[in-house]
Design a binder for this molecule. Structure first.
Ligand SMILES: [Zn+2]
Ligand SMILES: [Zn+2]
Length: 220
């Protein structure tokens, strides 16, 4: 597995390319916007993108989905499969309105189509030979999921954490459908039970590790 990070938009959201280097196939996680930059990276690496994975459906994570699908369909002659949780349908459709409320251009944050594949806790997502376990981790948003692989870029496991756990912080819980206690429970039950050496790749900010956050995160 190789991972490329493209930090996009004023939200400084970490979009990730997850690449199976043996087969030159991959997935894009949370294409939040500035899709031309994500596309540059895909073209440079010459990867066939089979899937787009969503951790959750806040506009900073879904704003570029439509444009990316349109590009991939043209370029690859095949639409990638979109993966996301069923609960967040309404949130996906409201992205442009919320962008307007933030004073941003709705053209940069388009409404996100419904996923081709609804995922739930315990599902396995395959990208070539890469296997990602799906864990349901609500609290920051009602349908939030994280993706975990026992073997990341090195031999250590990796977690694509979205907006659950950050380096020294946790996701906000004041947005619609958010709940502080639910988020804490998700982190304790689903993330802190992973090996301490699990590399955590959050939706914003720098990478961290499960063990480090267990011992030093002031919110937990
Ligand atoms: Zn969010
Ligand atoms: Zn976010």
């Amino acid at each position: 597995m190789q991972i490329e990070t493209i930090t996009v938009t004023p939200f400084e959201q970490n979009s990730r390319l997850i690449i199976d280097t043996n087969n030159s196939v991959g997935a894009v996680l949370d294409p939040g916007g500035e899709v031309s930059r994500i596309i540059n990276c895909i073209e440079k690496r010459r990867i066939n993108i089979k899937s787009i994975l969503l951790t959750h459906s806040h506009l900073d994570h879904i704003g570029g989905v439509v444009d990316l699908i349109e590009y991939l369909e043209k370029k690859q002659g095949q639409k990638p499969d979109l993966y996301g949780h069923i609960i967040e349908t309404e949130m996906r459709s409201h992205a442009p309105d919320i962008a307007k409320a933030y004073g941003l251009s709705p053209n940069d944050y388009k409404a996100c189509p419904e996923p081709d594949v609804y995922i739930e806790d315990g599902d396995l997502v395959e990208i070539g030979s890469i296997k990602l376990n799906v864990f349901f981790t609500p609290g920051h948003s009602p349908g939030h999921v994280v993706y975990y692989s026992e073997k990341g870029e090195s031999s250590e496991p990796v977690l694509f954490a979205g907006d659950t756990l950050f380096a020294g912080s946790i996701g906000r819980t004041d947005l619609p459908g958010g709940d502080y206690e639910t988020l804490r429970r998700s982190i304790y039950d689903k993330i802190f039970t992973l090996p301490d050496n699990t590399l955590v790749l959050p939706g914003h900010g720098t990478d961290t590790e499960v063990g480090r956050e267990k011992h030093s995160n002031p919110f937990l």
